[in-house]
Each structure stands twice: as C-alpha cells, then as structure tokens.
Design a protein around this ligand. Sequence first.
Ligand code: ADP
Ligand code: 5RP
Length: 520
Amino acid sequence: MSGGEQKPERYYVGVDVGTGSVRAALVDQSGVLLAFADQPIKKWEPQFNHHEQSSEDIWAACCVVTKKVVQGIDLNQIRGLGFDATCSLVVLDKQFRPLPVNHEEDSHRNVIMWLDHRAVSQVNRINETKHSVLQYVGGVMSVEMQAPKLLWLKENLRETCWDKAGHFFDLPDFLSWKATGVTARSLCSLVCKWTYSAERGWDDSFWKMIGLEDFVADNYSKIGNQVLPPGASLGNGLTPEAARDLGLLPGIAVAASLIDAHAGGLGVIGADVKGHGLVCEGQPVTSRLAVICGTSSCHMGISKDPIFVPGVWGPYFSAMVPGFWLNEGGQSVTGKLIDHMVEGHAAFPELQVKATARCQSVYAYLNSHLDLIKKAQPVGFLTVDLHVWPDFHGNRSPLADLTLKGMVTGLKLSQDLDDLAILYLATVQAIALGTRFIIEAMEAAGHSISTLFLCGGLSKNPLFVQMHADITGMPVVLSQEVESVLVGAAILGACASGDFASVQVCEDQGLKDSKKYKDK
Ligand SMILES: Nc1ncnc2c1ncn2[C@@H]1O[C@H](COP(=O)(O)OP(=O)(O)O)[C@@H](O)[C@H]1O
Ligand SMILES: O=C(CO)[C@H](O)[C@H](O)COP(=O)(O)O
C-alpha cells in the first residue's frame, strides 16, 4: 500500500487469528502499522490429539482487539477490514448456531483446530482412494485438512452434529461471514484445505468416493458454492450488528480472507530488497521462500507453472499470490515444540525466576545463557552430542507422515539450566534442519530458492533466525515491521476498499515504501 496520490488519512484494519491469540492492527495506506493489540483465545484438549476452540470466543477476542486499535481514530477514515486465521474447521447449524464437535456435546466447543489429529483412520482411507485431487496436496492428504475431519464428524457425531449441521467454514471464512453475513468462501481456504480447484471447481467424484456424497447432493451449499479471490469485497460490507461488535462503522469494506500463513506470505514475499546486497535482488520473486513461523512453520514458495513436490502441499493456483502457483511446506509444531521442551524441563522453574529477575523473556535469557556457556566456540557446536528429531506431532513435510514421533538422543543424568539451554538449542537446530529438508525437496522438484523471508512469533527470536541462516546457508530477511501477518490482513482490507486495484498492487507499492530488511 503506498501513499502515491491517495490522501494520507485512509486506514485499514487487519485481524490475525493465530493458534494461541488474536491480534489486530491499524495500518495506514503506506503500510505502516499504527496500533497493535492482542488477546489470548481459549483452547481445549479433551483427549489426546483432539484440539478444540470456540468460534464465539474467537469472535469476542476479535472485537476486543479491533476496538483497541481504532481508539482515538475518526471511524470515517477506516476504509477496509481484512481477516486471516488458522485453517481450523468451524461447525454451525442451519440457523448459524455453534454445534458441538465433541462427544461431551459441548456446543461452545464447535471448532476442530487445524492441529487436531483425530481423523487418522479417515485420512488413511481417503489416501487409499488415490484420487487425482491428492496430486494437488503433495500426493498425500494430511489429517490436518478438512475432508478427513468432516468424515470423522459424519462417522462419529452423526446425530448431535452431522445431521444438524448447516455450515462448515474454514475459520477465516467464518470470520468474514460473521462480519458481513456473506457465506462466500475464500479461494485460498477452499483450494488449500478442501480440495477445491481454482480451475475446475469441486470434484464430485472425490466426495462420492470418500463417503461424503451429501455435499454433492446439495450442490456444496454447506461447504461453499460461491468462491471469491482473497481481497474481494464481500456483499455490502460490515453489517450493523458486526459494526457494533467491532466498534466500527457499518458498510466498511470487508475482504474475502486468507489463511494466516498465506497472509504472512503475502505480507513479506514481494518485499523490495534493493540496496541490501541480497542475492535475490534482481532475481524473480519465485527465488524467495516465505517462512511463517508461529505455533507451526509454513514454507511458502511460488512458481509460474505448477510444480509437484512429493510431501509438500500444493501446487495451489492463485491461493496466495494471484496468478502464481503455491507450494506450502510445513512443520506442524515448531513454536509449540520449543515451548514444550523448555516448559517441560526440570530446570524451567529456575529459568523463570532468573529471567523474571532480569525482566527478560525465558527465550532472551536462554539465548544469553548460551552465549555465556559457549565460550570461544560457535554456539551451534554446543550440541555436538545432543540431537532432537522434531516430529513430536508428526511430519507434515516432506515425509507427509503425521504418525511420526519425536526423539532426543544424547541425554545425561543432569538436568540443570545448562542442560535446558542446550536442549533448547538442539530443538531450534532440529527445526531449522527440517526447513532445510523441505527446501531440498522443493528444489529437487524444480524450485530454485535463494533467500528466506521469515515472519511470525518465532522470527522475533534471534537464535531461531540465526540457526535458519546457518543451517540453510541462505540469507534470512526480516521485515522492519515485525507483524507482517497483520500487514497481509490489512492488505486484504485495502484491496476490498477499492483504494487499490489488487493485492499485488497493495503489496508492490506499500512494501517498497515502508520496509527495510536485514540480512543475517
Ligand atoms: N519474542 C519472542 N521470542 C521468542 N519466541 C517468541 C517470541 N514471541 C513469540 N515467540 C514464540 O512464537 C510462538 C507463537 O508465535 P505466534 O506467531 O504468536 O503464534 P500463533 O500465530 O500460532 O498464535 C510461540 O511458540 C512463542 O514462544
Ligand atoms: O496449516 C497452516 C497454514 O496452512 C498453519 O499451520 C495453521 O493455520 C496454523 O498456523 P499458526 O502456526 O500461525 O497458528
């Protein structure tokens, strides 16, 4: 988004729903983030590998953060609103009321989260069909996608959920519906998680073959039969009710949304890097890999022609950058794995006390502790005899086996703070090695990647960034605006407002003007 000939006082609101929290930002037409707010959201794990949320709780959090970021602003100057969110499955009945996705019949918990692995048997049967749609998800469907979860609901909660359901939404589409009353789905969600093809639409034979012929019979009304590109303006904009909830004016343009990783990818991949001596300067945008790292890491690479990478999702047409194919590699838990390793260690209480005494986060404390104990050697050498295999929640890419488990080798009998710091380092290194593994698979299939663009919560951790640079041997670019995912969401709102012709125009103009980059 750029100043150009536009008046300076036009604002856009971006809302980003991550796994653990909801964030909002007020962004001006130059792409500068003027206000930020965040709010945690609830998560339930009623049994192992079942992860649930509440769409009402998430919407309430969206309202809290939006009201905060627009405080003190003339609401007439807010031109557009964009949402991105995790690709979780929201279930509503025919009157749009939440339906339970659990045996306890708790309808408050009506969201099956993206990282839920309850539908293993269903996804195995789907993969056994070898249907041609599977070619477009890396050859193997993930249990984290929507088709196996829908089949699980049909097979396990027939009366309490499936028969009563009127609407199955990807979470980003739920939010845009809640804001506008328009049930149109984003091409991004449907292509990436629901087997929809931007070129051919739904494939009846797939849904019939896997036992979900119900959707074909009702012309896909429950999962979406009106599909719009991300950034398209929805209906008449914000409804009066949603405007009251969010503290905005009715009628503001609301965009068809994006999955969170895709918003982050959109926020960083087109960045202008001129003058920083980076290898990707002067190379096509297809030489860049956007890595969005939060609870999970998503590796977004684009190409002019479709590239089929075994074990890497896609190729998806126009799902992130219009007119380009997208391959999406991923690691299902990265931030969550680091938190798990650190918080579960015997020395964690001591770490907390020491970090608090220094007014530091536990990660800043661990990073400086590693600097102390490494002495003269490079920090990476501290783990010569301690290694982590990071697939504690399975391997999304490139092995595409979500039944895999994690592993630690080289443990000793001691469990002091040094051991915790070194285990933390080994975990970060293992995640960076996983990124290298994904890049190697993408390059073997035809991608040519020279530079990484990181964003998301983990990109605030200098050790995580440095290990990615060291282990991949590629420069890592960080945007000056750390909340790039939110900039991506705001770009959607700017596009829907009509102030910019397309998401690419917003991206090209704004990121040039507003961002600077550092090469690690
Ligand atoms: N300043 C920081 N230093 C180190 N790690 C961080 C920092 N901020 C966030 N993280 C890590 O990033 C992860 C969450 O990233 P975030 O993008 O907020 O996730 P999500 O979008 O999935 O909610 C957590 O594992 C957290 O520990
Ligand atoms: O599958 C994904 C994107 O396609 C993401 O892993 C999922 O949406 C969760 O994102 P986050 O780690 O930011 O919470």
